[in-house]
Structures are given as C-alpha cells and as structure tokens.
Design a protein around this ligand. Structure first.
Ligand code: PLP
Length: 386
C-alpha cells in the first residue's frame, strides 16, 4: 500500500497550534513538533468507527489496547512488559512533571542534558525542584554529540534525585547507544538516582536498520530504578489525542508516581486509546513509509543547508526525529527566529532549549517535501536580506 505524504489537506484555519501561530501572515510554520501529514488510514478508520458508536463516557483501556502496546514493545525491543507496569498518561510533558514531583522533594535537584526540549527543565521548576543542565559536548571531529561524563559527575550533589534522559535526544537527534545507556545506568545506580527515560521519539530512527533500545532493556539492572515514558503520538502524528504511558516495573516507584499524579492527571480519552491501539497494532506499514519519506526530507535539508544556506550548520547527523538543530551563530543575528519569520519561515528559538541567544534554531521537517523546499527557499532569501 502506498501512503500520501506529498499532498495532505491544508491545516490553515484549523485547530492546529502550529498553524494558528501565524494565522493571517504568510509564514510557513516549521516549529512545534507535530507533522503536517494525515495519520495512518488504519488510525483514521478506527477513530471513525469509534465516533460512530456515539457514546463517549469515561474510558479505561480494553485488553486489546494493552495487548497492542505490549506486542509492539515485545516485537520492536524484545521487551516483555507486564500489563501492571503500564501507567496511562494524557501526555508525556505531564509524565515529566509527575516524575519530578514523585521522585524529588522541593529543593532537590533534577539532572538533564542540554540543549534539551524545554519541559525537561520547566517540569522540575514547576514544583520547586531544581533543574541542573549539563551541556552535551560536540565532538566536532567525529561529528557527534556526546555526554560529558565528567561534567555529569561534577553536577551531582547530595540533593540530586532524578536524571531525566531524552532518548532519542530532542533537539540534537542523537540516538543513545548501548554503551552510553549502560554508563547512564551505572551513573544513576552509583548516585541513587531514578532514571526517567523519555522515549517519545523512539520509533523515528532514520538510519535504515537502526534499532532503538529502551534504557530499561539496555541496562536490565536499572529496570527497577527506571521510568520509561512512551507514546504513539510523535511517530503516528496523533499528539492532539493525548494517549501516552509510563512503563514502571518497580511497584514502589509505580506507587510513588501514581500518588504524585492522583487527582490532578486526567484520564486518557476514548479516542486516544483507540488511536494508540490502531497505531501499534496496524500502523507499521505506514510507519515504514513515513521513515522513508522523513529520511528523504532529512537528506534534502542537509544538502540544502550545506550548499545553499551559508552560515547555517547542522553540526551532527540527524539520527532520529523530524527535527533538526541548526547552528546559526555565524550569521550574527541577535534574534534569528524573528529574522526568519520576517522572511516567511517560523522556526523554534534555541534559547528555551538552553542555547545562547542567536546561536541555534530548530526546524521541523515533518512536512511535504515541497513545503520544506519552500521553507528553504525563504530561508535563503532571508539570508540575502541580512
Ligand atoms: C522529548 C519530548 N517529550 C515530550 C514531548 C511532548 O509530549 P506530550 O505532547 O505527550 O506532552 C515532546 C514533544 O515535542 C518531546 O520532544
């Protein structure tokens, strides 16, 4: 079966957060992380069937939904997950916030690697925990972002309780390997930290044949100290349906997590469960087609940046996600996002991710190739207009 990624319906004038930001302006939105593609037909059909039922009461996952999740985790990562380990969540930012409250007290410290998706630092702060960001190191010879293990060690204090890992890492698109995961496990074990591994982008690995390994699988000794956050939302482009889950094998950690969530975290809605089941059970052919398309977009973008956007640099390969971290410091722009917006392209500012002002922006290439080409043309023109 072939899928259409080239000509999805327009999102202009819809409820899309991404598109509403620039309503009434000729700006291509290439910021927030959702894709401009329709969801897999299997998901759309399942939702239509559910809508036709006409009754939308409080929902709990049915066995087939749990089986679809467990089946995908077993098939993709050889991870045998007991149904009791799964804690459903309406979103993973919510999961980061709940984890910060559950495993640290006010004033305790929560580690993460920077630059990083902003909720990794805002989640601890929301409840009076203290985020500590450890800069990733760019090995420019190898063209890779690396964990600075010495800096990580130095960042630990008697108040450190949690390490929030982003795996794969948004925004630098690094896929952490087994050795790094084993070292992370060792680090957390030595310092008595709970590892919270946000693996929302784990099914978006762009290298053919590349395999994601959950942190809890790569380092089995850590499974009892690990909370894994997952969702079909990024991969299958259903983030607006709010179906996500934590996998927490250890009963004591699970109880602490559930207590912190009690009464403030909403249930997953009926459509979220339906989409989740269809995605994991029936979405694989669509996902494979998506990966091929995104790979093409990534290569197209990398080539255009290298050849047509002087002063813009992709510092390391985009191993996963549909997001690229662009170093624009050579342009010397005080506010690169404003400059590119004026040229008709809406990017994410690097500052909330932890970048220094003017140094980085993030582009979302989860869109039709023609839209990406238009965005690049506009960025080119914006560079000439400096
Ligand atoms: C690493 C990471 N975690 C969580 C989220 C958002 O999750 P949710 O929409 O489920 O809250 C994103 C969205 O970009 C993300 O990149």
């Amino acid at each position: 079966m072939t899928f259409n990624f080239d000509t999805p319906p327009s999102r202009l004038g819809t409820d899309s957060q991404k598109w509403q930001k620039y309503e009434g302006r000729d700006v291509l939105p290439m910021w927030v992380a959702d894709m401009d593609f329709e969801a897999a037909p299997a998901i759309v059909e399942a939702l239509q069937r559910r809508a036709a039922h006409g009754i939308f009461g409080y929902a709990r996952p049915v066995a087939s939904t749990v089986d679809a999740v467990r089946g995908a985790l077993a098939a993709r990562y050889r991870w045998q997950v007991d149904p009791s380990w799964i804690v459903w969540l309406p979103g993973l930012v919510c999961g980061l916030n709940v984890a910060s409250r559950a495993f640290a007290e006010a004033g305790d410290e929560v580690l993460s690697l920077s630059p990083i998706y902003p909720p990794f630092t805002t989640a601890p702060r929301n409840s009076g925990r203290v985020p500590r960001s450890i800069p990733l190191a760019l090995d420019s010879r190898a063209g890779r972002w690396e964990i600075d293990w010495d800096a990580l060690e130095r960042a630990v204090s008697p108040r450190t309780r949690v390490f929030l890992l982003c795996h794969p890492h948004n925004p630098v698109a690094r896929v952490w390997g087994r050795e790094e995961l084993a070292k992370t496990a060792d680090f957390c074990e030595r310092h008595g930290l709970v590892l919270v591994s946000d693996e929302i982008h784990c099914d978006l690995l762009l290298e053919p044949g590349a395999a994601h390994e959950p942190a809890a699988v790569a380092a089995p000794k850590m499974a009892a100290r690990t909370v894994t956050l997952m969702a079909p939302s990024k991969t299958f482009n259903v983030p607006g349906l709010g179906a996500s889950f934590a996998v927490i094998p250890d009963p004591a950690l699970r109880t602490r997590f559930a207590k912190a969530a009690a009464g403030i975290v909403a249930e997953v809605n009926v459509f979220g469960y339906v989409a989740c089941e269809a995605a994991y059970r029936d979405g694989e052919p669509w996902r494979q087609a998506l990966l091929a398309y995104l790979r093409g977009n990534r290569d197209f973008l990398a080539q255009a940046v290298a050849l047509e956007l002087p002063g813009v640099v992709i510092e390391a390969p985009i191993e996963a996600t549909y997001l690229a971290w662009l170093n624009v410091s050579a342009l010397g722009l005080p506010n690169p996002v404003k400059h590119f917006e004026a040229g008709g392209v809406g990017l994410s500012d690097g500052v909330p991710f932890g970048a220094t002002p003017g140094s980085h922006v993030r582009i979302n290439f989860g869109c039709p190739r023609a839209t990406l080409a238009r965005g690049i043309e506009r960025m080119k023109a914006a560079l000439r207009a400096r």
